[in-house]
Ligand binder design. Structure first.
Ligand code: DON
Length: 525
């Protein structure tokens, strides 16, 4: 089964499993296919994270996050007055060195069973022969069309004749097909040292970007030991830094576990506890986390149950504790993509990948056909000031050459108390990735929901700053909001929580549920 944001991507994974591939082969096939059919987030020019659990019990995690180029400097995104510019979000300077191609090929070599050229076939076919533009695809291009139009190379592919492609029309991408063929034939070297590297660096030079040949040649994905935890007897593995995601999901679950049981969902008591827990975990995230190659990240403490009890002691049962205030600004999108894969043997993969913003930096590499990321904005381009997600981080995440920007991506695998695979999940949506992933787990384990109900239940979000408890429409009754307000919470609405794709083992098999808030693509066989 593959649960992804796009049915063509999921189909590619299933095609590879039908051809005898395992979940890792399928995940790599899906990732490359999403780089063709779902370029708003699927990518060659971005990065991501994968958490793996093989049926024999082996577990692993790989970090293929982008890295700041060698010529990056701390204040490169500030103007002469020291104010933030949009250069970390739009255009050639916004990109970190991409990690996806290195990550996917490395993971395939270790855990896959099929050759790279085989698992890339569906993606190559979708790029060379084209795919039929779905409503979802057309909607995505339309939403970002004004921005794409500012980048002529991107517009030449995605706005043919200056227009948003029509639903049902066919989109072929010959440049991208060529890049994919080169990778299939030559491996990651084609991207990091060969012809694609040449195109990428030439593109950077045309637009004032700073990614160099040396940056590309020296990029390496990193195998990491997954963060391990347990929630009410259910073991889980999740992503360690350079993402904050798994560590903070674990911290949230640990604090919640100090409550013998949770109040019913949609009550003021429940929202108060969950909000307070999320708030505390995000305070840690924002102050204490960064790329472990640059700063010491206290993962052991943050995921420690004794530490969770200390934080629990700071939660007043009735009153809200304010987060110290700072300037607040937010421009939120949901442009990452998460997918979950389980094969017939029970091997499982949770993968989240992104170029950060919708269509990344807007820069499409001429001749190579893929969008570059704008992941540099996930560094604290001005420590102490909020980024596009309103996250306020400190020096530990400041811009420095070779640094991986702190992420929120949280690919996670949960087992049942007997040690069998239970849940494979993760999300898109910046900081809301963490809160949405945690809530689906809580809904299954505490609220005993089916996976379909766990996904559909209204979600709330708190990220410490802004200091607002945010709830989806229809999530809380007006009287409940009144009670929360009396307790000192600022209660706000949220229309774009994280978007989850999950697979759960049920009696007799697996159930995959795509995010009910968005069209997606669940394919099984
Ligand atoms: O790594 C991160 O946490 C972000 N770059 C993810 C971006 C994302 O989910 C886009 N949507 N809001």
């Amino acid at each position: 089964m593959v649960a992804s944001d796009d049915s063509l991507g999921s189909t590619a994974g299933v095609e590879i499993m039908r051809a005898g591939g395992n979940a890792v082969d399928a995940a790599v096939a899906t990732a490359f296919a999403l780089a063709v059919t779902y370029q708003e987030a699927g990518n060659l020019g971005g990065g991501g994270y994968m958490v793996i659990r093989m049926a024999d019990g082996r577990t692993d995690a790989i970090d293929f996050r982008e890295m700041a180029p060698g010529k990056a400097t701390r204040d490169m995104y500030l103007d002469a007055q020291g104010n933030k510019t949009d250069k970390s979000l739009d255009g050639h300077l916004a990109s970190g060195v991409p990690g996806s191609v290195a990550g996917l090929t490395t993971v395939l070599a270790k855990y896959g069973t099929l050759p790279l050229s085989t698992v890339m076939q569906p993606a190559i076919r979708l790029a060379a022969e084209g795919f039929t533009a779905s409503e979802n695809f057309v909607h995505s291009v339309r939403v970002d069309s004004a921005r794409i139009a500012q980048f002529p190379v991107a517009a030449s592919v995605f706005l043919p004749n200056g227009r948003v492609p029509a639903v049902g029309s066919r989109l072929t991408q010959p440049w991208l097909a060529r890049s994919l063929r080169l990778i299939a034939e030559q491996g990651a070297d084609a991207f990091y040292k060969g012809e694609i590297a040449d195109s990428l660096v030439a593109e950077m030079q045309r637009g004032g970007g700073i990614i160099s040949k040396e940056d590309l040649a020296s990029y390496r994905p990193i195998w990491r030991t997954p963060v391990r935890g347990s929630y009410r007897g259910y073991p889980f593995i999740t992503m360690p830094p350079s993402s904050s995601g798994g560590t903070i999901v674990a911290e949230v679950l640990n604090i919640l576990e100090t409550y013998d049981s949770l109040p019913p969902i949609a009550t003021a008591e429940y929202a108060h506890i969950l909000g307070a827990v999320l708030q505390r975990a995000f305070i840690d995230r924002n102050a204490k986390m960064g790329d472990p190659a640059f700063v010491r990240v206290p993962v052991d403490t943050l995921t420690d149950k004794a530490y969770a009890r200390k934080l629990r002691a700071t939660i007043d049962p009735v009153r809200h504790t304010p987060t110290p205030a700072v300037a607040q600004r937010m421009r939120e999108g949901t442009e990452t993509t998460h997918f979950s894969v389980v094969d017939p043997h029970g091997n499982a993969v949770a993968m989240t990948t992104t170029t950060n913003g919708l269509y990344g930096s807007g820069v499409l590499v001429r001749g190579a056909g893929f969008f570059m990321n704008n992941e540099m904005d996930d560094l604290a381009v001005k420590p102490g000031e909020p980024n596009q997600f309103g996250l306020v981080e400190g020096e530990q995440n400041a811009v420095a050459p070779g640094k991986r920007p702190l992420s929120a991506m949280s690919p996670t695998i949960v087992l049942d108390p007997s040690g069998q695979l239970l849940l494979v999940l993760g999300a898109r949506g910046g900081p809301r990735i963490i809160t949405s992933t945690a809530q689906v787990i809580i809904n299954v384990i505490d609220h005993r929901m089916s996976i379909a109900d766990a996904m559909a239940a209204p979600r709330l979000h708190h990220q410490a700053l802004p200091d607002t408890l945010r709830m989806e429409p229809r999530g809380l009754d007006a009287s409940v909001i009144e009670v929360l307000t009396l307790r000192g919470h600022a209660v706000g609405g949220i229309s774009n929580v994280g978007l989850v794709n999950a697979i759960m083992r049920v009696r007799g098999g697996y159930e995959a549920v795509g995010e009910p808030r968005r069209p997606g693509g669940i394919v099984g066989y």
